[in-house]
Design a protein around this ligand. Structure first.
Ligand code: FES
Length: 152
């Protein structure tokens, strides 16, 4: 069975008909061509798919699209303002906080959530609240620095 869902993604309203089992990640990537959010594990373990739903961080691979009627979703594509990067995107560049870059969209969305939720007061707090985002290149110290700097 399929359902119609109307949701706002990065300020734009979309109405789509999706199979009821479709994840938000697949809706974004396959129906809306927003491929910034990455599919790492597709099982809630890596954080590469992190987006904000109504301002809260979620693993979009674990979130059913049909449950999001009326929701506001922000993805990495919607974070900057035109050509202007979000301060955390700039901090990732300044701190050289990525190598392969695959986890970076999820890290940045999680970092934004972490800051907005008020959980970026110290390196330890950032490490704890970003612990759902895995980086196989091991860029953690630089990621934490970028989040810490942006939160100041
Ligand atoms: Fe969603 Fe890994 S792809 S947590």
């Amino acid at each position: 069975p399929s359902s119609r869902v109307t949701l706002t993604v990065n300020g734009r309203k979309h109405t789509v008909t999706v199979d009821n089992r479709t994840s938000l990640l697949d809706l974004l990537r396959e129906h809306l061509d927003l491929t910034g959010s990455k599919k790492g594990c597709n099982a809630g373990a890596c954080g590469a798919c992190t987006v904000l739903v109504d301002g809260r961080r979620v693993n979009s691979c674990l979130t059913l699209a049909v449950r999001l009627d009326g929701a506001e979703v922000t993805t990495i594509e919607g974070l900057g303002d035109g050509d202007r990067l979000h301060p955390l995107q700039q901090a990732f560049i300044d701190e050289d906080a990525f190598q392969c870059g695959y986890c970076t969209p999820g890290q940045i969305m999680s970092g934004v959530g972490c800051i907005e939720e008020g959980h970026a007061g110290s390196k330890d707090e950032i490490r704890e609240w970003m612990s759902g985002n895995i980086c196989r290149c091991g860029c953690y110290p630089k990621i934490v620095r970028a989040v810490e700097q942006t939160a100041r």
